[in-house]
Design a protein around this ligand. Structure first.
Ligand SMILES: NC(=O)c1ccc[n+]([C@@H]2O[C@H](COP(=O)([O-])OP(=O)(O)OC[C@H]3O[C@@H](n4cnc5c(N)ncnc54)[C@H](O)[C@@H]3O)[C@@H](O)[C@H]2O)c1
Length: 300
């Protein structure tokens, strides 16, 4: 298939581009930053908010599938209104163009932050969080992701094009080089996020290897007939990024979660990706215990 990846130069995008190419697809990447050298991948450096440049790109590439990752990926990284504006305009522009230009599938990156954990009065109805749990964002980044999910549903209703539009909520993405000690998105190493639980607590101790997440994006791009337009899928590791059970850790950092967290014994994560497993046979294959080169210990 011809697959266009937006944000292909980013932390997650690099693994998505490599995974799609390894699966035999004809891959192109569109990003503000040129993609690094990857065999057989066409790289387009452009601002996807520029309507003319975006239309020219779609007219030239005519993708069968689109994976939309471009955006501001970090809460509070820019003024609130900028994050909301950029992420939502990018999503509408790219997903609508995918449908209009005849793509059969388009998959966009959402985020687990749609649940709003970290708000002072946050109480999950239940844990682990699945895709049926209500969303309640607490910052403009999380709100932008709720709107992106609704954008996919809106376009799915409006467009009679036969493009299946879905979203993935990846956990805290760990790129391959980050297992070896490169800084993760928030600047800390994976080992530091394990040793200092307050660092991972802000993400409810979730994580996902970028290559594992990339496989779910690939399956959704390849198999639109297996899912429904508007579907959202979690892509989160099955174990928590923590040295102690979340039944202990969650109430320490998120007061009021003790009852819901009681079931999170052993290594269980606060998120479930069972839907992607049931629909598409996807399962995350890499865990921090298998990927970190050295054993990590701490006070948990
Ligand atoms: N990294 C995570 O932990 C994580 C978790 C959940 C969801 N996500 C989402 O996954 C996606 C990718 O995240 P990432 O960590 O790879 O982020 P990243 O910042 O590494 O990559 C995003 C890419 O988008 C590009 N981009 C931004 N604005 C653009 C524009 N106007 N035109 C063209 N390109 C533009 C950037 O240049 C960058 O290369 C984002 O949508 C993010 O919100 C990331």
């Amino acid at each position: 298939m011809r697959i266009l990846v937006t944000g292909g130069s980013g932390r997650l995008g690099r693994s998505v581009v490599a995974t799609l190419a390894a699966r035999g697809h004809e891959v192109s990447s569109a990003d503000l930053a040129p993609a690094g050298p990857a065999a057989g991948v066409r790289s387009h450096a452009l601002d996807l908010l520029d309507e003319q440049a975006r239309d020219d790109l779609f007219a030239a590439e005519h993708p069968d599938a689109v994976v939309h990752l471009a955006g501001i990926a970090v809460p509070f990284a820019r003024p609130d209104t900028e994050i909301l504006d950029i992420n939502t305009r990018l999503a509408w522009g790219v997903l609508a163009a995918a449908a209009r230009h005849g793509a059969r599938s388009a998959v966009a990156a959402s985020s687990p932050t749609v649940f709003g954990y970290g708000a002072p009065a946050w109480r999950p109805r239940y844990l682990p969080l699945d895709e049926r749990h209500p969303t309640a964002p607490r910052h403009s980044y999380g709100l932008s992701k709720v709107i992106i999910e609704e954008t996919a549903r809106t376009l799915a209703r409006a467009e009679a094009s036969g493009c299946t539009l879905t979203c993935v909520r990846p956990g805290y993405v760990i790129a391959p080089e980050e297992w070896a000690g490169a800084p993760t998105q928030q600047g800390h190493t994976v080992a530091e996020r394990l040793r200092e639980p307050e660092l991972s607590a802000v993400a409810l101790f979730n994580y996902i290897d970028a290559r594992d997440a990339a496989e779910l994006f690939a399956l959704l791009a390849e198999r639109p007939e297996a899912v429904r337009s508007g579907d959202v899928y979690h892509a989160v590791a099955e174990d928590a990024l923590a040295l102690a059970p979340l039944a202990e850790l969650l109430p320490r950092y998120h007061p009021g979660t003790a009852e819901a967290a009681a079931a999170l014994t052993g290594t269980r994560a606060a998120f479930s990706s069972a839907a992607a497993s049931e629909r598409l046979g996807w399962r995350p294959r890499r865990t921090w215990r298998g990927q970190l080169p050295e054993k990590v210990s701490g006070d948990g």
